[in-house]
Design a protein around this ligand. Structure first.
Ligand SMILES: Nc1ncnc2c1ncn2[C@@H]1O[C@H](COP(=O)(O)OP(=O)(O)O)[C@@H](O)[C@H]1O
Ligand SMILES: Nc1ccn([C@@H]2O[C@H](COP(=O)(O)O)[C@@H](O)[C@H]2O)c(=O)n1
Length: 204
């Protein structure tokens, strides 16, 4: 199994890059794990407390569960990936059965911050877009898809997103084998990653 980790700040385009990679690959050959599925279970907290959580700090992620799941997949076992709600700030209680594939992609802002998880990646990719570009994309996306308003996104950006990005996320660029610039759509880089995956699939 080849495990590819894709990190980068919020709104840099990780999900978009993953979808572009998958677009021209045979369906079902590559498995996807999203770090968002591994936000800590917050069922014990009322909604008013969940809203206040710093979702850009590494402690907000259940890395133990993510590590167990990656080990299971490596050992050929299917996992039940939790489904996360950005509206409820919690897992929904549903899961998605995720089967082990020859190539697994793990994507998320904080996945390269954890030494044990980092070691499990055969290829580490950091997707880079400038912070103003990321903020604009995040604003549009969170208002359109994640039930947020302008004030919520901007307050969160100032209080947690920006400082956590500088403290935890941006420094993980140094672990990357490949850095993909995404201020514009980057089809050349996407094609390079797809070629690596195709080679792995052809030799499987
Ligand atoms: N290269 C790009 N140029 C313009 N918009 C982009 C680009 N990549 C992603 N987007 C848009 O920005 C938003 C955030 O992208 P997304 O892939 O969800 O980022 P991430 O997963 O890193 O948070 C989405 O609405 C997406 O359509
Ligand atoms: N309940 C939550 C949980 C997370 N976030 C934000 O999501 C961002 C990470 O996801 P991307 O798809 O943007 O990589 C992260 O910056 C968290 O602030 C949230 O808003 N609400």
């Amino acid at each position: 199994m080849l495990i590819i980790g894709i990190a980068g700040g919020t709104g840099c385009g990780k999900t978009t890059v993953v979808n572009q990679i998958l677009n021209e690959l045979p369906e079902g050959e590559v498995g996807i794990i999203s770090q968002d599925s591994y936000y800590m279970d917050t069922t014990h907290l009322p909604y008013e407390e969940r809203v206040k959580i710093n979702f850009d700090h590494p402690r907000s992620i259940d890395f133990d569960l993510l590590g167990e799941h990656l080990k299971d997949l490596k050992n050929g076992k299917a996992i039940d990936q939790p489904v996360y709600s950005f509206v409820k700030h919690n897992r929904t209680g549903d899961t998605i059965k995720t089967l082990p594939r020859e190539v697994m992609i793990v994507e998320g802002i904080l996945i390269l911050t954890h030494p044990e998880i980092r070691k499990m990646f055969d290829i580490k990719i950091y997707v880079h877009a400038d912070s103003d570009e990321r903020l604009i994309r995040r604003l549009k996306r969170d208002i359109a898809d994640r039930g947020r308003d302008l004030d919520e996104v901007l307050t969160r950006y100032q209080t947690t997103l920006k400082p956590m990005h500088q403290q935890f996320i941006e420094p993980t660029k140094e672990y990357a084998d490949i850095i993909i610039p995404t201020n514009k759509y980057n089809t050349v880089a996407v094609n390079i990653v797809r070629t690596i995956i195709n080679e792995k699939l052809a030799n499987a």
